[in-house]
Design a protein around this ligand. Structure first.
Ligand code: OSB
Ligand code: MG
Length: 377
């Protein structure tokens, strides 16, 4: 397939509810959508999961726009490629900027699957027609608020509850939720809010039978996490620390975690995600698919990835309605009793709703082999 056009849309959507992590609160969600067209007029869609502010990772919407416009699109435009795995090779000389790479690469995967008349799940080698999903709940002000929020999502059928914690809003909140729901699969995500000085506190969590604690220590650490894993019983899961298969190998060899959260954008795309999947499957490290509060386009990619067999734990891919008044795909992603049925349409399997996409588009830029740069549309 020949890459003839890359269209980048600057989107602005607002989530139904604010979402709070150990870093702060977000509700407005600017992000980028990428549409890649081939010589036959087929198109594939991808989403950049970078946020407007670099609190989770160093990339932002603006750095991604720059990379996509000025660096990555010029490398890809006009190229004739036979498989999306080639995209990561074409981008290999560019350091990091994984979310920007992934937005384009994801669009090429969708395009490829559509051309081959396959679902994206099939193109990736996925084996499930339904996936199990959990939900991620932001930091709450009080134990009572967390218990009530958790109750609502258990009633909706989500298969595992993840609570965001931070210093001052941790052990007592987890205790209250565990007492209220003795059997529910529960976990906590600290988004790097603790240090090894907090080992005694993190050890206290052992009594609540959490399925894991996600990224308790620094975003760029794998050494201290190994020390922590030695000291506590709760399995450690890495999120922010993992940007590639190489990072995964180091973490697994060092014993820094027993579980890995795969985010397609954080690791630079579906090709790298699949490599991580295959390695972890061989090593017996269970995976689940994380989320970045995506619109339906990114959500659809997460659904497809989760069909790979070693995604054995419920992910954070909740239904569209958990985030948005209206999503930008048709149909929306729907979770029933904690399961999402994998769509059967070609490519990502959900149709981008152009009317809604236009409604939330602030501006767009179109790149072609001729412009191979920054033509403002
Ligand atoms: O750490 O997994 C995280 C949201 C934004 C940034 C980081 C994280 C999260 C979530 C929510 O936990 C995931 C989702 O519901 O999409
Ligand atoms: Mg996390």
């Amino acid at each position: 397939m020949k890459i003839q056009e890359i269209r980048m849309r600057h989107m602005e959507m607002r989530m139904k509810n604010p979402f709070t992590t150990s870093f702060g609160t977000m509700q407005d969600k600017p992000f980028l959508l990428v549409e890649v067209r081939d010589e036959e007029g087929n198109s594939g869609w991808g989403e950049s999961v970078a946020f407007s502010h670099p609190w989770y990772a160093e990339e932002t919407v603006e750095t991604n726009a720059h990379m996509i416009r000025d660096v990555l699109s010029p490398l890809l435009l006009g190229k004739d490629i036979s498989h999306p795995d080639e995209v990561s090779e074409i981008f290999a000389g560019i350091r990091r900027n994984n979310m920007a790479k992934s937005a384009i690469e994801g669009a090429v995967w969708d395009l490829y699957a559509k051309r081959e008349k396959m679902t994206l799940a099939e193109a990736l080698g996925g084996t499930k027609d339904k996936i199990d999903v959990g939900i991620s709940i932001g930091v709450q002000d009080s134990a009572e608020a967390m218990v009530e929020t958790v109750r609502g999502f258990i009633e909706e059928g989500y298969k595992r509850i993840k609570m965001k914690i931070k210093p001052g809003a941790d052990v007592e909140i987890v205790r209250a939720v565990r007492e209220a729901f003795p059997e529910v699969p529960l976990m906590a995500d600290a988004n790097s809010a603790y240090t090894l000085d907090d080992v005694p506190l993190l050890k206290e969590l052992d009594e609540f039978n959490l399925t894991m604690i996600e990224q308790p220590l620094a975003h760029d650490d794998i050494i201290d996490h190994a020390k922590l894993q030695e000291a506590i019983e709760t399995p450690v899961c890495l999120d922010e620390s993992i940007h590639s298969l190489e990072d995964v190998k180091k973490a697994v060899e060092l014993g820094s975690c027993r579980v890995i959260n795969v985010k397609i954008g954080r690791v630079g795309g579906l090709t790298e995600s699949r490599k991580i999947h295959d390695y972890c499957m061989e090593k017996g490290i269970p995976l689940w698919c994380g989320g970045m509060l995506e619109s339906g386009i990114g959500r659809a990619h997460n659904v497809a990835l989760t069909t790979l067999p070693n995604f054995v734990l419920p992910g954070d891919t909740a239904g569209s309605s958990r985030y948005w008044e209206e999503d930008i795909i048709e149909p929306e992603v729907v979770a029933v009793d904690g399961e999402i049925t994998v769509p059967s349409g070609y490519g990502i399997g959900y149709e981008p709703d152009l009317k809604k996409i236009d409604k939330y588009t602030v501006s767009e830029e179109v790149f072609t082999p001729e412009t191979s740069g920054a033509e403002q549309a």
